[in-house]
Design a protein around this ligand. Structure first.
Ligand code: ZN
Ligand code: ZN
Length: 236
């Protein structure tokens, strides 16, 4: 390696591996599976078009050293009753206007809601009723994709997506190119309290999953044009 050759340094991307603790949680925490969502003032708990309140799968503060979204609070909600893959709807080379609320055929609206909240100082009064509340831990690691290649296949924020089928990017309705933020590995299931209705197509009777257990790559709008301007790419 010649002096000044920094290819290897450039190929290392800051990232955090996300771990699910064993809990249970005593009070509201900002980094959790389930629990009490921290939402901006005026932001309601999302509801699915079917009328069910969506389940809070996880939330965490994005570490401040991660570019673009550092300091934001990420929350991922998904309906229990509706479990399907996301299907991008495009117009003029972009995701359709207000794609986070737009029809998702055959559904009248998406069955998930991902939010980036920029204030999120207080937790809601109620806790997520279905998923068991568990702490999340964020452990820094260096994701080391080869010259633009895929990153580690892990539950993580930052770094590079591992792309099960190859890179897939979208332009936001506002015109900004969405930026990869967070990855949920294929087949990841989240424990629920006993006695709840089973989720269609989920792997376990006592767990819920998201997007038919596809690998999920969250791409978010770097312009922050709306708190819900995030697209969940699904691959397997
Ligand atoms: Zn629903
Ligand atoms: Zn946007």
């Amino acid at each position: 390696m010649f002096e000044g050759d920094v290819r290897d340094v450039r190929a290392v991307l800051p990232a955090y591996a996300i771990g699910v603790g064993t809990g249970p949680l005593d009070g509201p925490v900002r980094n959790s599976v389930g629990g009490r969502p921290f939402l901006d003032d005026g932001q309601e708990w999302p509801e699915c078009f079917c009328g069910e309140r969506m389940a809070l799968f996880f939330q965490f503060d994005i570490p401040t050293d991660l570019e673009v979204f550092g300091g934001d609070h990420l929350l991922v909600f998904h309906c229990r009753a509706h479990n399907d893959a996301s299907d991008p709807q495009l117009a003029d080379g972009r995701l359709v206007p207000r794609y986070w609320d737009a029809p998702q055929p055959p559904y009248p609206r998406p069955f998930w809601r991902v939010l980036l909240q920029r204030h999120a100082e207080r937790p809601t009064a109620e806790a997520e009723p279905s998923l068991r509340a568990l702490p999340l831990t964020l452990q820094p690691f260096l994701d080391t994709p080869d010259a633009g290649g895929p990153g580690a296949r892990a539950f993580k924020v930052g770094g590079a997506p591992s792309w099960a089928q190859g890179p897939e990017y979208y332009r936001c309705a506002c015109g900004a190119d969405l930026v990869y933020l967070c990855q949920v590995p294929e087949g990841m299931e989240f424990a629920v309290h006993p006695g709840l209705p089973e989720q269609p197509y989920s792997i376990g009777a006592d767990t819920y999953g998201m997007f038919l257990s596809n690998e999920v790559y969250l791409l978010a709008c770097p312009a922050h044009c709306d708190p819900a301007a995030i697209w969940p790419v699904n691959q397997n």
